[in-house]
Design a protein. Sequence first.
Length: 128
Amino acid sequence: MFRGRRFEYWLQLKPWSPQALLVALAGLAVAIALRAALAEFGLPLYFSTFIPVIVAISLIAGAPAGVFTALATVAIVWWAFLPPVFEFSRLDHDDIDRFQLFLLAVSVLIWFSHLCRMIVRMREQRPA
């Protein structure tokens, strides 16, 4: 099932390469644009567009790119989407809890993505 070139696209990007960073930045830009569109409709879902993008980036570009995207997401949401917008204000307890739960959830997702990449790599390298 895993043999051949079917899942090789997951392994083309090296985790610490400039291409992986570009994939992370492109995914982050897509998530920000989607989040800004949701903000125009008045939806206060701070992390809703970032979670699937972080999972996809972690699968495609590796765990370091996923961690970079998760940490950048926290800074971007704090600066651009929490009131008052476009300034770093003092966080209240609810915001801190949201950030902690988000980081906990995406750290588990990034770890599972890393494990999935490792399994696919081991399956691809296994002799026929």
